[in-house]
Design a binder for this molecule. Sequence first.
Ligand SMILES: Cc1cc2nc3c(=O)[nH]c(=O)nc-3n(C[C@H](O)[C@H](O)[C@H](O)COP(=O)(O)O)c2cc1C
Length: 304
Amino acid sequence: MEEVRLDYSKYRFERAEGCLDESRDMFMRDKLLTALNRSYYAIFHAIRAVTIIDGFESKKHKGIISHFNQYYVKTKIFPPDISKLIDSAFNLRGYADYKDMYIASRKETQEQISNAEYILTTIKPWLAKRWAEIEKEDKIMNAIFTRTSTRQFTPDKVESKYIIKILRAAMAAPSAVNQQPWEFWVSDDPEINERLSQATPYATPAKNAPVVIVPCYRTNDLAAPMMVEIDMAICAENILLEAEELGLGAVMLGIAPLEDRMNYVAEILKLPENFRPFMLIPIGYPVSKRPQEDRYEPAKIHTV
Ligand SMILES: Cc1cc2nc3c(=O)[nH]c(=O)nc-3n(C[C@H](O)[C@H](O)[C@H](O)COP(=O)(O)O)c2cc1C
């Protein structure tokens, strides 16, 4: 998905530059109405190159423009005068395209072309920076954007070097006052996994998983006991991301904070008194892989 956005953004900006060239060309040939139209489209495609980066699409020009104003001008990413210039280009292009007998002046057309040049040269360096960031993010954060829960596994065993890598990732997690409350119980015993799968009505993925990791936390010697579940949740996410990175699949099966589920799992694993199970994480090679759904919603971001 990131790649698609990147490609579209680059393509749209190229179109913007193409329209600007056409607009200058039309101006030279005294075709002022067409020059107004092309310079407006230069601006429009340039702002579409920006808005596609956060996934925003609209068939309506006004929709694109108001999104751009809200999230890129009001937020001071681009200077405030850009909004007025876009409005003016939108209106002039409306007259040029639809108003009978509209006579465009060379001065206003020249001015609009200069405005389009200003907007494109303002947007271009920002876009170039975002494109480079996205390319980099794609490499380092791929697992975040490809991970989905896996609930069905092939019978293939998971190599122990991978389990170790996953547990290394788990233990790399941040924790409150660095208390690192975790220890891990790892089961590749089909009988135990079957029993674990009965911990809750939703834990069936544990049944046929080649391995189930059970991150547990100690209840003693904690500097910030009230933070322990937050620590464990972050650690569990690291497990899922590292599994994804290694071409494996995993899913979180919720156990804590429900006492009956926790007691059931603690008994199966014969946990010491001072350890409590947090979650079941079956891991294995996925039977199938689906693309991650895009949950990004700009409306959930509030600029203050
Ligand atoms: C705290 C927690 C508990 C979960 N418990 C279960 C569970 O019991 N059974 C299950 O199949 N999935 C469970 N999930 C997985 C979610 O259903 C899954 O993450 C969610 O539907 C989003 O899908 P995705 O992980 O593919 O993005 C749990 C996830 C979390 C974070």
